[in-house]
Design a protein around this ligand. Sequence first.
Ligand code: XMP
Length: 486
Amino acid sequence: MARILDYVGLSFDDVLLVPRRSPIRSRKEVITRSRLTRRIWLNIPILSAAMDSVTESRMAVTMAREGGIGVIHRFMPPERQAEEVAKVKRAENIVIENPMTISPETTVEEAKKIMKANGISGLLVVDADNKLLGILTRRDVVFEDSDRKLVKDCMTPRKDLITASPGISIDEAREIFRKNKIEKLPIVDENGRLKGLITSADLIKREAYPNASRDSRGRLLAAAAVGVREREIERVKLLVEAGADIIVIDVAHGHSEMCIEMIKKIKKMYGDEVDVIAGNVATPEGVEDLASAGADAVKVGIGPGSVCTTRIVAGVGVPQLTAVMKCSEAAEKMDVPIIADGGIRESGDLVKALAAGASTVMIGRLLAGTDESPGTVVLKNGRRYKIYRGMASMYAMLGREFRLRENEAEALLDASEYSYYAEGVEAYVPYTGSAADVIRRLVAGLRSGMSYLGARTIDELRKNAIFIRVTELGYRESTPHDVELV
Ligand code: XMP
């Protein structure tokens, strides 16, 4: 027999947070650091959604630099997705482990071509044994008239180079750059063999983003999404090889046996080498089952997203604030963080989601209109927009089908069927400039909310949170009213 729960499902707009006595003197005192998975923490509790109109490498680099993380979507061939992950991992390599090298017998002409094709300003010169012989920089060749000259006759030789040993710390490297005013610091072992390269440009970038999410080697953190089908294990392997720190099992109904099996398989293959996030769920039982299977974080949200129609099409879902609150009780018991995914429209929703027990939130729409999301700006009635689409929308599903099938005509025959199964829509979202700006605005709102609640940390935010339900009239009072907006 069907039953009905004895509590009401609430969404973000149904509640407000009650202000509390606050010891906080400045919003700068507030610490927004939060737990993303069992092992990984972020300085800013925000993830960009694993959607093809939100996160590829460009968004993921910006998210990680700002202190959050991007989840690279899975709606592309595994090799391409792995390359997107590799781009994030390469974006700020403190130690480049396989720097580009050339032989001393190469011509200057060839060396110039290699530099240009790879967009680099210098090449390390090594012998057949990978022993460092010198360095050839753009400066060494820019005024070289004879392209037929050999690298060994133009390079700065090893005896004039400053090098470092493996294991050098970032601070020691910084000191060497400062003292010697050099731009490249090759790392060589005791036998003179090349082991890596540190560049001043990478160190400068590191200092420009003090909040950035980094791995133990100083590279930006990268997460990537996978599905649950058998063939997805190959995708997981490629993503891990490319350096993904987190695999996100990304399915509409995460509380499913297929998802549980996938978590177990990945955990069996990699143990603690990679963290696994799984979802989406909307119940405490869902959190318990996925966490018991080994998930290092669980994503919560069935149908709250701005382009989701699951609740309308399938009649299934749980209003997001209640879903997060109920799931967070189970999450605490299992000692696994949860991610509130979908429905964040303003910074106030972010504050409410974290206060309700989420450790981080995932955002699609607010980031879809930025420069960093895939896709171009379109003009409509003189205004600038970008296209944002649900991953279960008809066109997103059709696009996937085209990529899977050899024959486009065959896919088209089935096209009409997709309109029956769609659980998402395609939409225009206003073009909003840089994603870093969007993130900073959200974080400013979060800091404000935390200081109203007297919370220095996300943990204190949760402890101090008291929600009050509001009526529709109360909601109206919360928004600008009785004025004509400028
Ligand atoms: P926002 O509200 O930030 O939500 O745009 C992003 C989240 O929406 C989910 N998503 C979907 N849900 N049908 C759905 O029911 C869809 O087609 C769809 N596409 C994305 C997803 O969890 C994302 O992170």
